[in-house]
Design a protein. Sequence first.
Length: 297
Amino acid sequence: MKASVLSEAEIAALDARGLIRLEKSIAEGFMGGVPWGSVAWALANTTVWFALWPLTLSGWLPLWAAFPIATVSIALSYLPSHEAQHRIIARPGEPLFWLNELIGHISTLSLVLPYDVARLTHYEHHKHANHPELDPDISTHAAGTLDFLRRSLANRQPSGAADRAYGETLQRLGTPEAGRAMLVAAVYRLSYFGILFGLAWSGHALEAALVWWLPRHLAATYIQYYLSWAPHHPAQEIGRYRDTRAFRSPLGNILTMGMQFHIIHHLYPRIPLMRTPAAYWALRPVLKARGCELGGL
């Protein structure tokens, strides 16, 4: 049964079982298959960012051109890994699971975010979205845009709330996998600062700053705003249909990286990113009947 064959009044009249059956039947139509667009996105974007280094260090590409390319590239780096975190490309035991893990690991190298740290903490975010103590992303929540920007910058200072929340989440999990993720995170961070220091020492401080350090900070702020703050604001409710929302952005769906429809991802994490807009419109009558916050979208 599809929502399109029922009127809003008929959907609203369904009992809890009827609503969940209708909801699941619609959502299942958007799952399955390899999201090759995200795979191509990850491979192309990672290649672009790594190519910036020889191009700028050789002087072929001026820094004024490399800087915006690097910023956009790093801003685009997280979402393909996000697909891998949910094993959308392939699940363990499937022939293409190696590709899922490859995409997960390489996509966020420029963000200095280890794949296993991202995956484990993101699962906890899904389990505990908006919980003031258990949601590892709670530090990004703020009263408004200006407050978010202030918090985002503060969170990335030494011993900031973001790193502390991720570390505490991994410690709380207490599994061998979480322990390994913490060690890998330390290696990533030390390597990052070591590379920046080495570049500066060798006379390439501007390249280090404008191809990695500053673009990473700008991209992280953009990612946190649209992937964490905007879809959950005001982040005061907990529950499957209340801990996230749809929202309308003046930048549109592409420039918000598809996050206008983030509610679909929380309800059905295995729906690929590029299918969430269509899934939203198919599920919208059901979400409306559920009393979800749809932000006028």
